[in-house]
Design a protein. Sequence first.
Length: 318
Amino acid sequence: MSAIEIQQQVNSNYYFNLISFTLLFYDYFLTLDWEVSRYWGSAWNVPNALFYLNRYGTLFGTIPVVFQYFWTTESTPHKLAICAGLHSYHQYFAVVTQIVIGVMLILRTYALYDRNRRILVFMVCIAAAVIGVGLWAVLSGPGAKTNEDDEVLALYIGCSSSVSSSETLNLAAAWGGMVVFDCMIFILTLYRALSRRRLSSQDLLTVLLRDGSIYFGVMVMSNLGNILTFALAGPYTRGIPTTFANVMSSIMISRLMLNLRDPALSTMSGRFSRSTTVTGNGIFTTYLGSGAPGEQTELATGVNYTDTGIELEDRLYR
């Protein structure tokens, strides 16, 4: 491969990752006011902890990845050693990010199915298999490189190394597992929503189906694009959508959680109704106060572990 071809691939890598970083930080500031109004001051529980872990774990955890691609200094043995560490960090960070997002999707679907343990066991088994494949791809990758592919460029900007042809199958399998997991979550959400289509009040289920469909479409396209780069791209552009896929999955799951606390869900269910139940046993419930003028409004939404199951609540106190 000529030096010009290598430089073109490296530049493509830089530009694509720059787009990913821009989307992450731009969306954070774009939705910060939603986070403040819908999460800050609410009771501390498992969904809140996962929301903050995903949002701020991705935000601050991406900083070393930015450093990996745009660290500007002379190429020295010390820099190359740090670059190797950053490369390993990026791989493990991607796995951890997907695990956190997977847990949030499992809890969301578990609540949608009225805390059905068989559904939970099924989802956990699929997730465990996907995590196993991902860890296998990360742990077995470095030792599988060949001498001709295991090349680290002496670059002034960032750290770029090739992905060997022997690694592509492992990494493509890992991202293929994510496609399988996303398909499972989407099918379960779609089935549950359609099975409740005759109910008189479906606002929350409509939001769940809408957001689930958007999440599924975006993530499947991102993951399939990532898989295709492993099969068709050059050694320095294989897997360049990895950061993009992680960023988009984090953004999408954050918006799913934020949309569940949209006050419009309460007003759509009936401004003066005391309680509107979307499912037969009250698993999704909207509580509305009397609406007396002048009273303070507070939003407190969460997943509560009760004797009757997990409740996704949107409470509007007036």
